[in-house]
Design a protein around this ligand. Structure first.
Ligand code: F6P
Length: 515
């Protein structure tokens, strides 16, 4: 980045605009004052329509945010990512997940041409394998063993695209080192009918290695003799997979971050579920959004507008969290997926050069499907003391034919967004709804692979945008390391009871938990 956001001239202008008007901004007045507000703040993007008009922002503020983005060099940083520059500076890596969804004949530039060829060679091999397994009716159960980015994306997408999943195969996802999870899945399986996918970018993650080893042991102890036919590895560390005893491997590259990897070999469960064509449609939707992000002017660029709104909310309104409400039960793992995407990317306290930041970064992201959330925590969204921007996801066409459900579902989504904004002040006290609570509303015509791909890519680029303005490296995750190291020290102590040099609380708890 050329300039960190808090050093750019527009930052101070935004602050003074917030102090003089932004803080008192009222959505209800904004709609009265501007008949064109819905058109101005809604945005058509590939496969996704977004209504941003119920957000605490006006045209002047948004213009300042675009200026801020330009002053910070957002476009140059975006172009550097697409060109393969090592923008993941702390790991000295390129960030090229967009290449995973570029067509084979895309003009991605000389620097990435070799990588694009490798991407397509692996994709073709992986999809051919997926089709082979799909037509193999002896395989009835697919167990994906992986965690974080090697679990959340495939799990979320297989569920989201359930309508496109061919019958005849069940999909299981085992991530936790908690043996209850794997044991529960294994209980219902027969080795000759099961395919295990060991998904790990590094092939060193403790949870995944523990589960993979136990799965292999179970397979052999249950009479399985064909590891090659019943285990496949999805990894950048093909050597380690081979040493583990898995010969069927699909590789990817260090320039694919774990939380950006569902488009790579890590997406094999998705391809098994929805087929090669379905997987290519998912990639095509994401690619269409990549092109939108790469080429649309900032003013009509949906991921950019969202990312800038995130900066406005986090750094000027100082909102600390954002909630997401998918009004479609198949999207129920989307919040968990987005949590890793946003919080692991932008949950940083130093900029890319390691200098401390004097402003907030990633908000807490959380949510549950609508209408369930309405009967749980929406009370707080309507009447709590904190303002929490809410994001609705709604799909116009249902994938079922049960009478009356879908209009009722959509009416609830619309009504909640309306209620948050308009409020109700006439009854007083406990029955007062302050209103003026912001929300964004995403609309999909149908929950297709293209729509899902486009939405997820949009989110990736939105996270890129806020991270870029904050001047952070959104592509490393050093914050996960300390706990891993300490767990390695603690584990043997559970057996030995040794509490030497531990703090008193950890020592006390360890004694309680020791057998
Ligand atoms: O510990 C965090 C993390 O490194 C994530 O970034 C990653 O998605 C996950 O662990 C799993 O890593 P791997 O795919 O290497 O097993």
């Amino acid at each position: 980045m050329t300039l960190r956001c808090d050093r750019a001239p527009a930052w101070a202008q935004l602050q003074s605009s917030f102090d003089t008007a932004g803080r008192q901004f009222d959505l209800r007045h904004a709609f009265v004052d501007d008949a064109g507000r819905f058109a101005r703040f809604s945005q058509e993007a590939p496969h996704v329509f977004a209504d941003l008009s119920k957000n605490l922002i006006d045209a002047r503020t948004e213009a300042l945010l675009f200026t801020l983005a330009r002053e910070c060099g957002l476009e140059a940083h975006r172009d550097a990512m697409f060109a393969g520059a090592h923008i993941n500076n702390t790991e000295d890596r390129a960030v090229l997940h967009t290449l995973l969804r570029a067509p084979a004949d895309a003009a991605t530039g000389r620097q990435t041409a070799h990588e694009l060829r490798e991407v397509h060679a692996t994709l073709d091999a992986m999809l051919a394998y997926a089709e082979k397994v799909r037509s193999d009716h002896t395989i009835t159960d697919v167990v994906n063993i992986g965690i974080g980015g090697s679990d959340l994306g495939p799990q979320m997408a297989v569920l989201a695209l359930a309508e496109f999943v061919a019958p005849g195969k069940r999909f299981h996802f085992v991530s936790n080192v908690d043996g209850h999870e794997l044991a529960g899945v294994l209980k219902g399986l027969a080795p000759e009918h099961t395919l295990f996918l060991v998904a790990s970018k590094t092939f060193t993650t403790a949870e995944t290695m523990t589960n993979a080893l136990s799965a292999k042991r179970w397979y052999e102890q249950s009479g399985g003799t064909d590891i090659a036919g019943h285990f496949a590895a999805l990894t950048t560390n093909v050597e380690a997979a081979k040493q583990f005893g898995i010969d069927t491997t699909f590789g990817f590259w260090d320039w694919v971050g774990g939380r950006y990897s569902l488009w790579s070999a890590i997406g094999l469960p998705i391809a098994l579920a929805i087929g090669a064509d379905g997987f290519r449609r998912l990639l095509a939707g994401a690619h269409a959004m990549d092109e939108h992000f790469r080429t649309a002017p900032l003013e009509q660029n949906l991921p950019v507008r969202l990312g800038l709104l995130d900066v406005w909310y986090r750094n000027f309104h100082r909102f600390t969290s954002r909630s997401i409400a998918p009004y479609h039960s198949a999207l129920k793992r989307v919040p968990a997926y987005l949590q890793q995407l946003e919080m692991e990317s932008n949950g940083k306290q130093v900029d890319a050069s390691g200098a401390p930041l004097a402003f907030g970064t990633s908000p807490v992201l959380w949510g549950e499907p609508g209408t369930n959330g309405q009967h749980a925590y929406f009370q707080m969204l309507h009447q709590g003391t904190d303002v929490i921007p809410l994001e609705f996801m709604a799909v116009r066409d249902a994938s079922h034919d049960l009478d009356g459900h879908h209009p009722r579902l959509l009416a609830n989504a619309l009504a909640q967004a309306q209620a948050l904004m308009v409020g109700k002040l006439d009854e007083g006290g406990h029955k007062n709804f302050p209103g003026n609570r912001p929300s964004t509303f995403f609309v999909f015509e149908k929950l297709t692979p293209e729509a899902l791909g486009a939405f997820l890519a949009m989110y990736e680029h939105r996270v890129f945008t806020s991270g870029a303005l904050w001047g952070i490296n959104s592509f490393d995750q050093w914050g996960v390391e300390l706990g891993k190291v300490l767990a390695r020290d603690i584990e043997p102590r559970l057996a030995s009871g040794d509490v030497s040099e531990l703090d008193a609380s950890t020592a006390g708890l360890l004694k309680r938990l020791s057998a």
